[in-house]
Design a protein around this ligand. Sequence first.
Ligand code: G3H
Ligand code: ZN
Length: 318
Amino acid sequence: MLLNMTDLLKVANEHSFAVPAFNIGTGMILNGVIETCEKLKAPVILAIHPWELEFNGDAFLQMVLERAHRTKLPVCIHLDHSEWGPITRAIRAGFTSVMIDASSKSFEDNIALTKQVVEYAHAHGVVVEAELGTLAGIEDEVVVESGKEAYTRPEEVEEFVTKTGCDSLAIAIGTSHGAYKFTAAQCTRNADGILVPPPLRFDVLEECMKRLPNFPIVLHGSSSVPQEFVKMVNQYGGNMPDAVGIPEEQLRKAAELAVCKINIDSDIRLAMTGNIRKYFAEHPDHFDPRQYLKPARQAVKDMVAHKIQNVLGSNGKA
Ligand code: G3H
Ligand code: ZN
C-alpha cells in the first residue's frame, strides 16, 4: 500500500515512535526490508538515493514500485538527498515523497529552492522533506568534513517551514553520514579503546519542537555502526579504524520525542559486508553468490528487525 510520507509520519508523531527510512541500495536489501517489515507489521520508508538509482538502473525502480504496490504494509517511496532535476524525474516516475537537500546553501537560497520544489511536488500530490543545518559526512555531492558541520539554529526553523511549506524537516543535532561519523578529537575513548562520540544535542531538538509543535522532525545519519560488525570486518581482512556511530539509546529517546523518521543506511551495509568477509575467510574455495550472499541476506533482515524492535519502536504499528 503506497502512501505519502505525511500519512506515515502523522501516526508516528501521535504514538511516539519513528518510521525507519532504510536505503534501498540493491534488490536484496529491498526484499530483506519488506519481508521483515511485513513480519513485524512495521510501516517503512523505502529511501532511494540518486546514486542508488543510477547504480541499479530504471528496471530497479519499476521493481521497487511494483513491490511497494503489492505489499499490504503502509510504505512510502522516498527520493533521498536530491535536487531539482532528479526530483522532477522521480515525481513523474511515481515516488510519493522527495527530499530537497539545499542545506549547504545560504538560508535564503535554501528557502527559495525548497519552496520551488514544494510547489511542484504538492501540485503532483507528493510531499517534501527539507533540511536545515548541515551534517558531517557525505550528503549528495557535498562532502562536509567532521568538525565543520553546523547544528540547526532553532530560531530559524519556524521561518523556514512557514516560507517553504515543506512537510517534514531534517535537522542537525550531531548525527552524521557514514561509518566514520566523528574524528578521534571529537570523542573520548572507553576502556576497550573504542571511540565514544559526543551526545546528540537534545537541547536543539527540544527547542525546535517548541517552535514547531507536532511538526515531523527527521534525523539523517542515524546508523549506530555496531562494533560487533566493525570487529567482524576487521577480523576478516577489512580495515575500518575508529568506525563509530550514534548510540542506539539516544536514537530511541529521539524517536519518543518529535523525531518521526530515522534514516539508516550504513548499518545494513556494514552487517552485510562483515558477513560476506567472514564467509569468504571461512570458505576460500567457494565462489557462488548464492552461497556467500545467504548470510548477507540474513544480516539485512536481522539488522532491520533489531532497529524496528529495539530502537525505533515501530513494530506492530502498520
Ligand atoms: O540518507 C541516508 C541516511 O542519512 C544514512 O545515514 O550513513 O548513518 O546510515 P547513515
Ligand atoms: Zn542522509
